[in-house]
Design a protein around this ligand. Structure first.
Ligand SMILES: [Fe+2]
Length: 286
């Protein structure tokens, strides 16, 4: 059977590349530290030596819009174009052509249906920065096939937090039931407290620094019970109008265990908290 070799969950700050490749006199003060932390985080994936990346993200109204937004969708294409025009223009993100894998998503799709997750699928998905950013931070050589999974964190009504957690558990079971000798890493990105286009955007901190500190501690310790006992759609809304991206972190904790993270780090940027977590199913010394 296939082996899950690592589970990674992080924020997906679209300005990382621009911030760390600008001329040194134009860089923000935290750029060097940010780059150091990303490169250390990248090593947690590299050391797991994966063959395929299952990548969980969410379309930011680039390909999927309010008129037709699946709750959960799996990509089954042989390849994916990535990066939309506004992401090139605003964030300076490069275009990518990502290799797909057709066999694993076929298996995952059936397994997830069998586990009562009625997934939509797409054979012509174009990928946005929720998956491009972790390619840039974790696998910039872009040399591995991906299986994209999109969740709905943007277009209410959203699935319940527990549904995201249970989906993570189901994805873990599906990966480990895949009849293959492939080594698979699961990588998911989302948001901590975040405000997009609202009055709390671009403040000194994220819109809810207390939530950010709590969220990091929950994930570091793998405390799914505390998360599921505390986090609701309404509580996320109070922490910022895009804080529902935390649902993807809940999903990844489902994939991981829930267990204490083997690696946890964060970075307080001027208007957001960045956070990076890695879990290894067989411990850090594998
Ligand atoms: Fe996002």
């Amino acid at each position: 059977m296939a082996k899950l070799v690592a589970t990674l969950a992080s924020t997906h700050h679209p300005f990382y590349l621009k911030a760390t490749t600008a001329a040194s006199e134009d860089q923000i003060p935290q750029a060097a530290e940010w780059k150091r932390k990303i490169e250390a985080y990248r090593e947690t994936l590299t050391r797991a030596e994966p063959d395929i990346l299952v990548m969980i993200g969410s379309d930011h109204f680039h390909q999927i819009f309010l008129d037709n937004y699946p709750q959960f969708l799996i990509g089954k294409a042989p390849a994916y174009d990535a990066t939309f025009y506004n992401e090139e223009r605003e964030f300076g993100l490069p275009r990518y052509r990502l290799s797909g894998d057709e066999d694993l998503p076929r298996f995952l799709h059936q397994s997830l249906l069998d586990q009562n997750f009625d997934f939509a699928f797409s054979n012509e998905l174009k990928i946005d920065h929720s998956i491009v950013c972790p390619i840039i931070t974790l696998r910039p050589q872009n040399d591995l096939p991906i299986v994209p999974i999109y969740t709905n964190i943007f277009a209410p009504p959203l699935p319940a937090p527990r549904r995201f957690f249970d989906l993570g558990r189901a994805i873990r079971r599906a990966i480990e039931a895949y009849p293959s000798d492939k080594k698979i890493a699961a990588i998911g990105t989302g948001h901590l407290s975040l405000e997009l286009g609202g009055p709390r955007q671009f403040m000194e901190t994220g819109p809810d620094p207390a939530f950010d500190r709590q969220a990091i501690e929950w994930l570091r310790t793998g405390d799914a019970d505390a998360i599921l006992g505390s986090v609701t759609h309404a509580s996320l809304d109070r922490s910022g109008n895009a804080t529902h991206g935390f649902l993807n972190f809940i999903l990844m904790l489902g994939v991981a265990g829930p267990e204490e993270a083997d690696y946890a780090d964060h970075l307080d940027l001027f208007h957001t908290m960045e956070a990076y977590f890695t879990w290894y199913p067989e411990g850090f010394a594998q």
